[in-house]
Structures are given as structure tokens and as C-alpha cells.
Design a protein around this ligand. Structure first.
Ligand SMILES: [Zn+2]
Length: 456
């Protein structure tokens, strides 16, 4: 076995987690290393026997699994179909750009996505989640997501990809945006709505953001109308990017609790759980309730929303960050399970942005919260049953799907053949309804001008 093959194997993964355990323990021995290291010993560890670094059987025992894995936050960027970018070079922000293609943008293709998710990880089913990108010629527009779904359905002979509909109630006229939601729901099988209260503000710095609960009369009052429209269309799940704010105040999860209280018949899923990359995950107290995921918990507490009600926490990217810091990982998972609820913590990874999600799955399977943290903070012990709920069963319940643990296997050749036979887009781009057209003409001169330049 070459060194490279070794590192790619389960033994290699086990070695990495064992090293992480050792470093964390050493750090604790040297004294309190961070705000998250609140225990006398590490708050979390990867439960892996030392033998796993050399014995494949032992490594598979610790890191393998047959449970249902349902990743509710998948993304890809198909620049081949939609080569014109609209100002947001998403590809340049993520590790997947180094996959080895001559053009790094090709690393984000439908082919790479399906291979990484279904061949190079234990993921069984997934949701393609919308991105904060203007929909026109988006490299992950509804058409691209739907094509990916169809390719997978042909390859696997079953339905294992669900789609988000993207809603942008604050972009252009509200009536047009709500009309567009209806159009999307008629054209595609929308399993839930994905929306961004901090878009486009986070990228444009233009102050164009909004709140689900219309909390600020000085901002656009589109939250309540958006939620009602989703309900009217017949979708009862709203997914909102919360946390990872890129400096925009609108990404705060403060508005999730109030919106969920006002709409007990709707599910509100905080994607990323309110986590911020530059804020440590610490115990939930009065003094820390404005930090990271604590903001989500506080917004629920203020409204009297308890665990396992209609607020959900999704782990995409957040887990990728915290799994490197076992103390933070323990607080992150422990808090969400205690306050948002053991039925309401949902698996998501944001892959293929980080390559294959397999290391995150392996981390989840082997992670444990220390007895000290369990005792002191009321965090649960992470049993195999609880992990199976997080990794897939909770998501299956929310999205109303039957857990499908059958693997889907295919070759690159089969993948490319199916891609060729499925029709690709050939429709004319632009506003598609009367209200959308009006919105473009009336008050989106700037956007219209940008569109014209792009189409020129
Ligand atoms: Zn995402």
C-alpha cells in the first residue's frame, strides 16, 4: 500500500482523528486554551481504538456504518451549462477548486458532484439546496438542479435527490418575486423553500436584506408575505441560511423564533444553525446568548419554543469547522440536541464545496461528548441511535421520504452517457411572467442593465 493509498483509507482517517484527540488532550493539559475548553479534559473525543490506525477491520468498525445518510445541503456549480457568471465567483472560495481539473471551475460539475456524493461517500440521499446567487444564468439555477436530479434518477433507478426552490422576496418587486415562487413550484418538484435574508447585502453591501418576522419597519416588509406564499403554494418547510454572515447583520437567526411562533404549522430550518466561523461555540448562558448558534436558541427561548417543535438546526459547513475543535464540536452538537431537540438536528455538509463529505460522516460516527460536559451542561450521550437520527432519520421525517440505504453505483462512462441523452437547457432567458416583466421594467433598471450587458 502506498503512503497515499494509506492516507485515503479508513486507517488513514482513523490516524487523523487519533492525532486530533492527542493534540486536544495536550492542549488541555497545558491549561485553558480557548473559550470553548471549559472542562478539565477535552469536551469531546473521537472514539477510535489505537488499533484502527493499522488494522482496516478496526478502522471500519469505528468509522464505517450501514445507517441511512441523508445530506440536506448539497451544492454544485455547473459552469459548462451556465458559463456567464453573475458576479459571484463561488468556486474560488472553496477547497473543491483543487480537484485536479485544468479549469478549476470544472471541479464543481454535475459529474464531480454525483461521484463525490454517491461513490466517494456513504451518502444515500440528498437535497440540492439553493445558493445566494441571482437566478438568471446561475450555475446552480433550478434548471441545473433539476437536470442533476434527473441524471441521478437515471443512474440509480430511483429518486434520491430532492430540490429546494429558491425564493428572493426582497429582490425586485415583491409581487413579482412571489409570482416567481409559484412559477418555480409549477416547473419543478420543490420539496422546500430556501431563502437568504442577507442576500444580496452580504455580497453587494447595499443594505438590501430582510427579516422573516418583519421586525424592523425600516427594512423591506417581505417576510410575512413570503411565508404566507409558501404556505399557499403548499410547501410547509422554509429553509433559511442563518449564520456565516459575511458581515451582513441580516444573517442573524434572531428572527427564526418569532416567525416559527407565528406559524406553528410551518417548519423553519436554520441552515448552518446560526454558526459563525469567527465566533467560538461556547456554553449557552445569559452572557453568551448573542454568540453563534446561541442566538438561535435565544430566539426560541424568547418565544417559548422548546425542543422538537417547529424550529430545526442544519449542520452544513458548521460541522466542517467545529469537527476540528472537539470542545467546540461538543458544545455545538450538545446545545443543538438539548435546546433545538434530538428530532430536529439535521445532517447537511455543503458538499461538494469541501470535496467528499465522507470525513464529516466519519467524524460524526465516531464523535462523543465527554461525560463531564454531559453532566455539566445537560448534553446527551451520542448513542448510535441518536447519530442515526442526526445523519438521516430526522431529515427523512422532515422531508417526508422513505430512508433508502441502497448504494447507487455507476461508472463515469454511464454518467456521461446519461448526461448526453438528457436535454440540456435551450430556453430564452429573462422574466417569465407578467409581474416579473413589470418588475424589471419598473424598478430594476440597474439589474436590467446588468442583464443586458451579460446577454450582449
Ligand atoms: Zn450551503
Amino acid at each position: 500500500m502506498s503512503r497515499r493509498e494509506f492516507l485515503l483509507s479508513a486507517c488513514g482517517a482513523a490516524t487523523a482523528f487519533l492525532a486530533l484527540n492527542a493534540c486536544t488532550a495536550e492542549e488541555h493539559a497545558a491549561g485553558p486554551a480557548s473559550l470553548s475548553a471549559t472542562g478539565s479534559t477535552p469536551g469531546g473525543t473521537y472514539e477510535i481504538p489505537p488499533s484502527a490506525s493499522v488494522e482496516p477491520e478496526s478502522a471500519f468498525e469505528a468509522l464505517g456504518g450501514e445507517e441511512f445518510v441523508f445530506d440536506i445541503q448539497g451544492h454544485l456549480l455547473e459552469y459548462h451549462l451556465n458559463p456567464v457568471l453573475n458576479g459571484q465567483d463561488f468556486w474560488a472560495s472553496f477547497p473543491q477548486q483543487g480537484c485536479g481539473e485544468d479549469d478549476p471551475r470544472a471541479c464543481y460539475s454535475i459529474e464531480h458532484f454525483l461521484e463525490l456524493m454517491f461513490l466517494r461517500s456513504d451518502t444515500n440521499m440528498l437535497v440540492l439546496s439553493a445558493l445566494p446567487i441571482f437566478p438568471e444564468r446561475s450555475p446552480q439555477g433550478h434548471d441545473v438542479m433539476d437536470l442533476t436530479r434527473k441524471v441521478a434518477a437515471s443512474l440509480c433507478q430511483d429518486e434520491r435527490i430532492l430540490l429546494h426552490g429558491q425564493a428572493l422576496p426582497n429582490v425586485g418587486k415583491l409581487d413579482a418575486a412571489l409570482d416567481a415562487m409559484e412559477h418555480t413550484a409549477n416547473a419543478y418538484p420543490v420539496a422546500a423553500w430556501k431563502t437568504f435574508t442577507h442576500f444580496p447585502d452580504a455580497f453587494e453591501g447595499d443594505g438590501n436584506g430582510w427579516w422573516l418576522d418583519d421586525r424592523d419597519p425600516n427594512e423591506r416588509q417581505v417576510g410575512e408575505r413570503f411565508i404566507r406564499k409558501a404556505k399557499e403554494i403548499g410547501t410547509d418547510t422554509i429553509c433559511i441560511h442563518k449564520g456565516l454572515s459575511l458581515g451582513s447583520p441580516f444573517a442573524s437567526p434572531d428572527d427564526v423564533g418569532p416567525a416559527a411562533k407565528r406559524h406553528p404549522d410551518m417548519n423553519f430550518v436554520a441552515y448552518h444553525s446560526g454558526f459563525e466561523a469567527d465566533v467560538p461555540e461556547v456554553p449557552y448562558t445569559n452572557a453568551t446568548r448573542s454568540m453563534g448558534t446561541n442566538r438561535l436558541i435565544w430566539s426560541m427561548e424568547r418565544e417559548g419554543i422548546g425542543p422538537n417543535e417547529n424550529v430545526f438546526a442544519e449542520m452544513g459547513t458548521s460541522w466542517w469547522f467545529v469537527m476540528r475543535y472537539p470542545d467546540q464540536a461538543a458544545h455545538f452538537l450538545g446545545k443543538l440536541l438539548r435546546y433545538v431537540g434530538e428530532d430536529n438536528v439535521l445532517w447537511g455538509t455543503d458538499c461538494l464545496f469541501y470535496g467528499s463529505p465522507q470525513p464529516m460522516i466519519q467524524a460524526m460516527r465516531s464523535f462523543q461528548i465527554s461525560p463531564e460536559f454531559q453532566e455539566r451542561y445537560g448534553y446527551p450521550k451520542l448513542t448510535k441511535e441518536l447519530k442515526a437520527k442526526i445523519l438521516g432519520l430526522n431529515g427523512a421525517k422532515l422531508y417526508g421520504v422513505e430512508p433508502n440505504t441502497q448504494a447507487c453505483r455507476f461508472t463515469r462512462r454511464e454518467l456521461e452517457q446519461i448526461r448526453r441523452t438528457l436535454p440540456s437547457r435551450n430556453r430564452v432567458l429573462g422574466p417569465t411572467t407578467m409581474a416579473e416583466t413589470q418588475a424589471f421594467r419598473d424598478d430594476d433598471r440597474e439589474q436590467w442593465a446588468t442583464m443586458a450587458t451579460m446577454l450582449a
